[in-house]
Design a protein. Structure first.
Length: 461
């Protein structure tokens, strides 16, 4: 089959240039979307008076035969198949004869590829939404299993205040919920039909674009044909959603790497999600988590790379836009593997309460310093003054070589008269957790509300 654009050229394309220009090795992934779009276009051409119903039916039958060849792994690419659109049209024409050459009437590869790509991104968003939700369910199950298990909470990687494992696990549920929101937004951004825009000036035939949009599952029609073939905002939106998901997976991974170390020991990684050392027999390496952490950089790179490609383009279609698909495909592939791996790891994770209890005991009451300050505030001391007074107590305990919870009563009395009584209740971890009843806090009733809300979010989406 001659090139779709070869009539204007007298000479042959340089072989190296042909290889450089070809995109079939990666845009073959758009085959279903390309065939779906072509089927819808064939039917739209009937309404436009270009084809009759029997001709459209023959084209649809031929397109489905091409799809079946791809599905069976029997499609044979030809040397002139520079992209998926050329390959499908070439094989269709072989199957149905000259009628195949009428399918492209009023259509350009510019609006065709934009339509295919948007359909692919919409479907990728749907698939990733399910994978993110599966990881959320794993985190929620882990949270519920150890909802009230006390553990040290950290800021700046320094022990801060007591929290619970359930509270910590849910702290990684909510970023993923925001990621699902971004994937929904990316899907909505993609759900705009370019087909019928032609190369840039619109189709020369009266196709019903609203009917096309409905047939293909798009929410609306692109209002400007020049913008329609150039717009790749949706791809950037998709890559941003993927990059943010990757960042959240990396943060979860980083904390689990720390928690599984000998220094913490709060969790034990399952053998199925760990690897060993080729030299040191004792090693159990968190390679799964490290790979997930590393892939965040890959996802971020895809986003910045596409943005750099887009920033200097004039309006309408430019060949630079051939660079849009590989980062999007790879981002989807990366998360399609990383998300279920992380869900499986969370589901098999062994939580170690005894190590958390030991860490709480080793803190020597320092985790409860804020509770002492709050105690003073409840008795009329301004918070800034209370903060300074407890800071003095911490410094005094350090000077004496004891924990804050072991500071002698006389020392407390010397700091402030209100601290002269029995302060032992302030250093009880259950009481400290229970005092934080506000929405989002660590008290049992607050945690119960948070779990219920998390379940609601998963149920409605």
């Amino acid at each position: 089959m001659p090139k779709l654009w070869g009539g204007r050229f007298a000479g042959e394309t340089d072989e190296l240039v042909a290889r450089y220009n070809a995109s079939l090795p990666f845009d073959v992934r758009l085959v279903d979307e390309d065939i779906d779009g072509s089927i819808a276009w064939a039917r739209a051409l009937v309404g436009a008076g270009v084809l009759d119903a029997s001709e459209a039916a023959r084209l649809v039958e031929g397109l489905e035969a091409v799809r079946a060849e791809f599905d069976a792994g029997q499609f044979a690419a030809a040397p002139g198949d520079e992209d998926i659109h050329t390959a499908v049209e070439r094989r269709l024409t072989e199957l149905v004869g000259p009628l195949g050459g009428r399918l492209h009437t009023g259509r350009s590869r510019n609006d065709q590829v934009a339509t295919d790509f948007r359909l692919w991104v919409m479907r990728a968003c749907d698939a990733l939404l399910g994978e993110v939700a599966a990881l959320q369910r794993a985190l929620l199950a882990s949270a519920e299993a150890h909802l009230h298990l006390p553990m040290p909470g950290y800021t700046h990687l320094q022990q801060a205040q007591p929290v619970t494992w359930g509270h910590w696990a849910l702290s990684h549920f909510w970023p993923l919920e925001r990621d699902r929101g971004r994937l929904r937004q990316a899907r909505a951004a993609a759900s705009v039909l370019p087909l019928g825009s032609g190369a840039l000036a619109g189709s020369g035939f009266p196709v019903d674009r609203a009917a096309l949009a409905a047939a293909l599952g798009f929410d609306r029609v692109a209002p400007n044909s020049i913008d329609a073939v150039a717009d790749r905002d949706f791809a950037a939106d998709f890559l941003y959603a993927c990059a943010m998901t990757g960042i959240h997976l990396a943060r979860l991974s980083e904390q689990l790497i720390l928690f599984s170390s000998a220094e913490f020991g709060f969790v034990a990684l399952p053998d199925a999600y760990s690897t060993g050392s080729s030299l040191m027999p004792q090693k159990k390496n968190p390679d799964t988590l490290e790979l997930t952490r590393g892939k965040a950089g890959r996802l971020l790179g895809h986003l910045t790379g596409l943005l750099a490609t887009l920033k200097g383009l004039p309006s309408a279609y430019d060949k630079d836009l051939q660079e849009d698909k590989e980062p999007v495909f790879d981002a989807a592939d990366t998360l399609t593997l990383a998300l279920p791996v992380m869900a499986g790891l969370i589901g098999a994770l062994e939580v170690r309460p005894e190590r958390m209890r030991a860490a709480l005991a080793q803190a020597g009451g320092g985790l409860f310093a804020t509770d002492v300050a709050d105690y003073l505030v409840e008795r009329g001391v301004p918070f800034r003054e209370a903060h300074a007074l407890v800071g003095r107590a911490v410094r005094r305990a350090e000077a004496l070589g004891v924990g804050l919870d072991a500071l002698p009563p006389a020392e407390w009395q010397a700091i402030h008269p209100l601290l002269g009584g029995d302060l032992s209740a302030l250093f009880d971890v259950r009481a400290a957790l229970g005092r934080r009843r506000a929405e989002g806090g660590t008290a049992p009733e607050a945690l119960a509300r948070q779990v219920a809300r998390a379940k609601e979010q998963l149920a409605v989406s």
